[in-house]
Write a protein that binds this ligand. Sequence first.
Ligand SMILES: NC(=O)c1ccc[n+]([C@@H]2O[C@H](COP(=O)([O-])OP(=O)(O)OC[C@H]3O[C@@H](n4cnc5c(N)ncnc54)[C@H](O)[C@@H]3O)[C@@H](O)[C@H]2O)c1
Length: 450
Amino acid sequence: MAHRDGYTAFVSSTAGRRIAGTLGLPQPVALRRHVAGRPLLDGPLLVGGHGDTPALAALRDGLTAAGAALVEDVPDEPRLGGVVVDLSAAEGPADLESLRATLAPALKRLGRCARVVVIGRDPALATSAAQRAARRALEGITRSVAKELRAGATANVVLVADGAEANALGTVTFLLSARSAYVDGQVLRVGAGSATAAPADAERALEGTVAVVTGAARGIGADIARTLGRDGATVVCVDIPAAGAQLAAVANEVGGTALQVDVTAPDAGRRILEHATSRHGGLDVVVHNAGITRDKLLANTDAERWAGVLEVNLLSILRMNEALLGSDGLRDGGRIVLVSSIAGIAGNRGQSNYAASKAGVIGLVDAYAADDDLRARGITVNAVAPGFIETEMTARIPLATREIGRRLNSLNQGGLPVDVAETIAFFAAPQQATASGNVVRVCGQSLLGA
Ligand SMILES: NC(=O)c1ccc[n+]([C@@H]2O[C@H](COP(=O)([O-])OP(=O)(O)OC[C@H]3O[C@@H](n4cnc5c(N)ncnc54)[C@H](O)[C@@H]3O)[C@@H](O)[C@H]2O)c1
């Protein structure tokens, strides 16, 4: 797995912190990341909100069972591990005062890598203009708070469907946990429908599932395989034959199997399905991670450069899914997670082909998540859009550009492949039956396209 960059390690030392402080340089902190057995939060969880806080009422017991120590007032000591503010009952902009009143005193008492989670409702389903304005306002407030937070703390929004408040437990717990270290300034949605019971062992949420990860030989894909394996999945690691040795090493490490397939091969989907079925008895999770870049300004991009990127990053997924989503493909309750990019949201100079493919991936999420047949089969489809992640891909970017990409986010540092992997593992879990159609940026609230 990739390690902290040299600068972050430097400012994490006492002397480095003093020098960076004196010179006014960014001072990224080492982010809290998941370690089995550690508590959900490093301090108490302040809960508050507006009106009768219906979401909190539904989540209270579950949060306590997950290990959070709920408090109603800001304690003098210790510092808060997090804050959950329930604005799901907000009827108009005046009600936003409840959010300010809860958050303002709490923000001064947050501990390192603390979490702020604001719960609201989908603005599109509002029944009045005032209600819709208030619902939409939560996004603006939370994104601003996320930019004000220091010391590795994050702020995110969860939108819950009416009557489905209890379904939000998995999403809220994920955002409070160390697994969401690099998820910041995001809006996650939780739909209606019957939720799946919490796993017997929270560290093994994927126990008994079979997952395929494409592009698993290195980089983000290798960490996705490790993280899904850690959480109990049997992982089929897919990559091109040229990466065979690295692929075999990852597959061995995670106790899974390796399958050498170029995802652009016409029969790639069928071969993946056959392998998963014959070796492991079926398929529950597909992570479309394989991707390439062929950067050039559009004026200098020839047809080959254009087609190559679209073929690997987008068309292969469409083609593979014909087999993988067929009636004898992914099992009912299956999970598809796609890897997009913030370049597909914001656009990026020199990456029109790549941005086209990664924006297209978001289009696929929208289409599949709305598909009645897939919904009836309980198959969810979500995407993660990584920002600047420390990999071989980003290590090749020229130094000055790389430093800008790495620092221009609220956490002042690049993410690690495991950060992307944790969000994918969250969506892949059987418990996330009502989270579909999300595109979550794992970007430390990058200023790019924010
Ligand atoms: N690194 C970042 O900062 C970043 C940011 C945004 C999005 N992403 C996306 O994350 C994904 C992984 O990126 P990464 O940084 O780990 O890249 P990487 O180049 O380190 O790894 C990509 C893997 O995909 C494999 N692959 C490429 N073409 C393939 C094909 N035709 N068939 C099968 N396997 C193939 C490669 O062999 C490699 O093992 C990509 O989709 C990328 O676009 C990365």
